[in-house]
Write a new protein. Structure first.
Length: 565
């Protein structure tokens, strides 16, 4: 198989371009992609789409994939972000092998290329402030005005640029600008800034530099240095492509092809780094890895699987136009993946005690339970059954509503994997709240017994009181109440659409004995309740903390339909 022949049958407009490039041998049948994050925050689900796309293309064409940090803004970058990004890319399966690069490693070469443009009259040092540059740039219908410093000689510009590098000028005093066309219909070509002065220590370079390249100047140069063939970006960079091409052509260096695709937008989700940073800094969430955040770290801590996220990215594919994907599709994919993989267990989140009055005191029976009906290799486990149990408060009603088929005085239910029980009486505390349910059991209704086939209308989960483990359970829900969180009323911002019920902490839950030894990151299905994961930060063996990953069904669909009635 040659590199021009993809090993996957995937098809989209980007792969169509690559297939044509390989036919014409534009890059000598070579495919080399990259993921170039800025280390100024944690990666989110939109970045996951880009990682899966760039790595997937390199893999499918037997090519190469780089991870390169665009660390050109020291005021916003941090090593914490670098470390988290590396972990996230690896978790998603993006294998960059030994090709981990940093834009800051190329600063000296970028500076030399800037000098080359100055020498050829293609760049100049400008003394205008940022506001003045914006004011003179013009509009879509009006040409811009040239800087009064535009006609400085190459000699003057070289001297000033060297002094900028030497740190002789304060922040904002001067910039280096490309000399292109102030009347261009593309505003990005109206003498864009290449360098700005920033007296700030860099997380890798320290105080070696006090001038830093802009993204537009650095991006294409980085791609060229690394031999990237297809520089895949989101649509907001489409109007920047002529500038990407201009810089490379003026320097006469290797020329990658920039291709733009639609970024990922999800309902009920914010994917702006600036707004995600606000959520963290203002304490609306516990951090970048809060399980309600759409960051990859947040999804990992909540219990999402990398396979589910990769499958989601495959399903939505790539497009040329922006659109918004229903977050329910992502949640459905998580359910599908976990349904096949997650062990089953029983947990009672809001317990009420059940006393089986005709079951002998001190006796324990071990009952067989299925670990995963979707996976025959998962086998079974033994769960203890005793005189005192816990069931969910919602599985009992003193005064049952119409069509309520669970437990009430005089009615029967089946206990999952166990017996049919009948509620005989209730015991209340001094405040009138139900404290205990006194029930009887039918010993002939256990699996394998003569009455095992006897039918009742409901089956409920339970745990043995003396064997259960205490656990904290955190019920996470969507962070925003509107499909478009930016759609705020009365001039408010997206924070007004925060969901006040996005987190409910249940500190006194009762879970199956085996869950007491759950390790951080372990996933399971709490039968009838949803999929849960032992929290990677707070859960400890013997003192488990479980995060709800996703419910068994999409409860939001019912909520939304009810709201539209």
């Amino acid at each position: 198989m040659t590199m021009s022949e993809p090993i996957s049958d995937k098809s989209d407009f980007i792969r169509d371009i690559i297939n044509e490039d390989n036919k014409t041998e534009k890059f000598k049948k070579r495919v080399h992609t990259r993921f170039p994050p800025e280390p100024n925050g944690y990666l989110h689900i939109g970045h996951a789409k880009s990682i899966c796309l760039n790595y997937g293309i390199a893999r499918d064409y037997s090519g190469k994939f780089n991870l390169r940090f665009d660390d050109t803004n020291p005021t916003k970058e941090d090593q914490e972000y670098v470390d988290s990004i590396i972990d996230d890319v690896k978790w998603l399966g993006g294998d960059f092998e030994d090709r981990l690069f940093y834009a800051s490693d190329y600063f000296e070469q970028m500076y030399a290329w800037a000098v080359q443009l100055i020498e050829h009259g293609k760049a100049y040092v400008c003394d205008l402030t940022g506001d003045e540059i914006r004011a003179m740039r013009g509009t879509l219908t009006e040409a811009g005005k040239g800087s009064p410093y535009r006609d400085r000689t190459p000699g003057e510009n070289l001297a000033l640029f060297a002094r900028m590098r030497a740190g002789e000028f304060p922040d904002g005093a001067k910039t280096l600008r490309a000399k292109i066309d102030m009347a261009s219909p593309n505003i990005n070509l109206r003498d864009p800034i290449m360098y700005r002065i920033v007296h700030e220590d860099h997380h890798r370079q320290g105080n070696k530099w006090c001038i830093y390249p802009t993204y537009d100047w650095a991006h294409g140069l980085e791609d060229s240095i690394e031999g990237i063939t297809h520089s895949i970006c989101t649509l907001e960079f489409e109007n920047h492509r002529p500038l990407y091409d201009w810089f490379i052509e003026q320097l006469g260096i290797f020329h990658p092809q920039q291709i733009e695709f639609a970024r990922l937008n999800l309902t009920y989700t914010i994917l702006s780094k600036r707004k995600l940073l606000r959520l963290v800094q203002e304490g609306h969430v516990s951090g970048w890895d809060d399980p309600r955040m759409p960051t990859i770290a947040g999804y990992r801590r909540r219990g999402y699987t990398s396979d589910a996220i990769k499958n989601f990215c495959d399903i939505i594919s790539v497009a040329k136009r922006d659109s918004t994907i229903d977050v329910a599709l992502l949640e459905h994919g998580i359910r599908e993946d976990l349904n096949k993989k997650a062990r089953r267990a029983m947990a009672v989140l809001n317990p009420v005690k059940v006393v089986i009055t005709n079951f002998p005191e001190g006796r324990t029976e071990m009952l067989e339970a299925v670990n995963n009906p979707e996976d025959e290799t998962a086998g079974t486990r033994m769960v203890p059954f005793s005189r005192e149990l816990y069931i969910e408060q919602d599985d009992f009603r003193e005064v049952p509503p119409p069509k309520y088929h669970r437990l009430s005085v005089g009615t029967e239910v089946r206990l999952r994997y166990a017996y049919i029980i009948k509620c005989e009486t209730i015991v209340k505390d001094a405040d009138g709240a139900v404290r205990e349910l006194h029930c009887t059991y039918d010993p002939d209704t256990r699996s394998g017994m003569p009455g095992a086939s006897r039918k009742v209308k409901a089956t409920v989960h339970w745990v043995s009181a003396k064997d259960a483990v205490d656990a904290e359970v955190r019920l996470y829900d969507r962070l925003f109440i509107r499909e478009n969180p930016d759609d705020a009323e009365d001039g408010k911002d997206f924070l007004s659409n925060l969901n006040p019920h996005s987190l409910q902490v249940l500190p006194r839950c009762k879970v199956e004995q085996m869950l007491g030894s759950a390790m951080p990151g372990d996933r399971c299905q709490f039968e009838r309740l949803g999929y849960f994961c032992a929290d990677a930060r707070d859960s400890k063996p013997g003192a488990p903390v479980f995060n709800r990953i996703v419910t068994l069904k999409d409860a939001w669909t019912k909520i939304e339909q009810k709201g539209k009635q």
